[in-house]
Design a protein around this ligand. Sequence first.
Ligand SMILES: Cc1ccc(CCc2c3nc[nH]c3cc3c(=O)[nH]c(N)nc23)cc1
Length: 376
Amino acid sequence: MQFTIQATDPQSKARAGLITTDHGLIETPIFMPVGTAGTVKAVHQRELVADVKAEIILGNTYHLYLRPGLETLEKAGGLHRFNGWERPILTDSGGYQVYSLSNTRKIKEEGVTFKSHIDGSKHIFTPEGVMDIQRTIGADIIMAFDECTPYPCEYGYARTSMEMTHRWLSRCIERFDNTENKYGYQQTLFPIVQGSTYRDLRQQSAEFVARQGRDGNAIGGLAVGEPAEEMYEMIELVNAILPSDKPRYLMGVGTPENILEAIALGIDMFDCVMPTRNARHGVLYTTQGIIMIKNEKWKNDFSPIDEELGGYVGLCYSKAYLRHLIKSEEILGAQIASLQNLTFYLWLVKQARQQINTGNFFQWKTYMTKKLMQRL
Ligand SMILES: Cc1ccc(CCc2c3nc[nH]c3cc3c(=O)[nH]c(N)nc23)cc1
């Protein structure tokens, strides 16, 4: 995996870059739609490419391991072949998903034991085990096995948790560097910085991660309920330590405003469940601002959802019709709203990239944030 920086913003840490993988190119800054059971909820591959213009999607190790399972994925020739997505894929290591989905997990030095949220069967994720699982899934970029430190937490817990994540990272690197890819495509491992919101721990973790010299680096332990200002402070501190010539992936962030702020702080890659989760609840992101589509005011508004966005659903469906579908809890409503929000997120990072290339990202960010976050 290669990363080339094509332009940097003179008034911030923002940069426009290009990531090259065996499954194609990724222009950064980039937003990565979250696939869960191998698909993005309620959206087809064709739409992801043609409408959303997604360049890379996220696969979910926890879900895929439980269902369809490793045997099926291996027989299919990996996730790319299984779900027909021929572009880059990134998979998370599963630790976070166990933490957020299975309330029966236990953390030990060896790894994390949990019961499947599907059938209650017992499992253990270890650093070595999730490296093998992600080798079998076959994603181009795989994440180290970490503990996403809960927020808020005591300093002592944050330090112990970070130190275990560092020991797990060493075990991940040992396993990954001594196993081969299974399907003939190169894979790369990103380590994850932890340390909660404690400046000295974040500094230690960023230094430990930077020392591993991997192709890219991730910032974890954020977007877990901390105030945005604390998140920005941690990003700024960590990005000053992570190498500037490698992609930086901020996990789980965020609102359009968070994303533009983080781009200005030097982040290149994003993922977030917000676009699809909010869509299912009728919260639409549009180039004109936020629309709460269930609101009475859209009942007889037959204008297109978002003419400026240039996406299919924004042009071809009216606000009134989408309101009707969402109120009726029709699947089509979730599909249209998900497509609108995902298309918007990809549009936003593409606009940011263009502004970085033309050198006025910083002014544009202020104007765009004010415009996008207004309620219509
Ligand atoms: C499919 C998929 C879903 C979700 C994710 C990111 C999930 C995610 C976080 N989401 C919000 N905050 C987060 C923090 C962490 C973290 O510290 N470590 C890991 N491994 N994942 C995180 C990646 C892939």
